[in-house]
Design a binder for this molecule. Structure first.
Ligand code: KIV
Length: 256
């Protein structure tokens, strides 16, 4: 695969994460329900609400508008919003009112009626297969031929109904490669090896802001944000407590 054609996706939840991601030149931003853990300290994505998703989407959306950015922007449907078509449509309308047009929704064949309804109303859908944190056990998926066959069938159906991107999470790399081979759109991998068209990671993991005891095999931290933040706050504390005029905070020139 030609590495130059690969696409880079990331999650963002607020102005700083969206600005950094745009400045770095990503291809796509997902306002993901992982914000439940990264922003709110929840134990899982199950407690994330539509209101939380709206609040964070609005911050990211405003950031993109301010930068005249054309980057693809996707909003996650949180847990419970696909319980039935009515709830899904209500959610889509709420999201549409704040500017969202493209939604990522976890699930396979059972989601087809909802996907078809949303697509018929002009929304774009991104599928999410493999490990789907709202319902799956947090472990590598698609390890058996049976499971793999089932996912490949779903991917073909998704392609037939016009879906052009699918997040594929925590599956063996050789299976993800097969999935990409049968799908003309982008498989956006997370823990799915390198033979897919696109990768996605959670912003807080990329910059190294999440606690180091969260360390799934696929996660590479590219920055040391947590360490740098602690250092900065320690320096601030030291300066406030310091009595020597040269190093203290605030100095005369920092006072009114
Ligand atoms: O919510 C999220 O951030 C996600 C990505 C990890 C794909 O679903």
């Amino acid at each position: 695969m030609n590495k130059k054609t690969k696409k880079v996706w990331i999650t963002a939840y607020d102005v700083p994460s969206a600005t950094a991601s745009l400045d770095a030149g990503v291809d796509g931003i997902l306002v993901g329900d992982s914000l439940g853990m990264t922003v709110y300290g929840l134990d899982s994505t199950k407690e994330v609400t539509v209101e939380m998703m709206c609040r964070h989407f609005e911050a990211v959306y405003k950031t993109l508008k301010k930068h005249n950015s054309e980057v693809e922007l996707v909003l996650d449907f949180p847990f419970g919003t696909t319980e039935n078509i009515l709830i899904a449509l209500e959610t889509a309308e709420k999201f549409k009112n704040i500017g969202a047009e493209c939604f990522k929704i976890e699930g396979g064949k059972e989601m087809l009626p909802i996907f078809l309804e949303l697509i018929s109303r002009g929304f774009e859908i991104i599928g999410h297969l493999g490990l789907t944190p709202q319902t799956s056990e947090l472990k590598v998926q698609a390890k058996t031929m049976e499971e793999q066959q089932e996912i490949l069938e779903v991917i073909k159906i998704f392609e037939d109904i016009g879906i052009t991107k699918i997040v594929l999470e925590c599956v063996p790399a050789d299976f993800a490669k097969k999935a990409q081979e049968i799908f003309s759109g982008d498989i956006v991998g997370i823990g799915a090896g390198s033979d897919v068209n696109a990768q996605i990671l959670v912003f807080d993991d990329v910059i190294g802001r999440t606690a180091s005891n969260f360390s799934p095999k696929f996660l590479r931290r590219f920055g040391k944000s947590l360490e740098e933040s602690v250092n900065a706050v320690q320096k601030y504390k030291k300066a406030v407590l310091c009595s020597d005029e040269k190093n203290m905070f605030p100095k005369e020139e920092e006072s009114y």
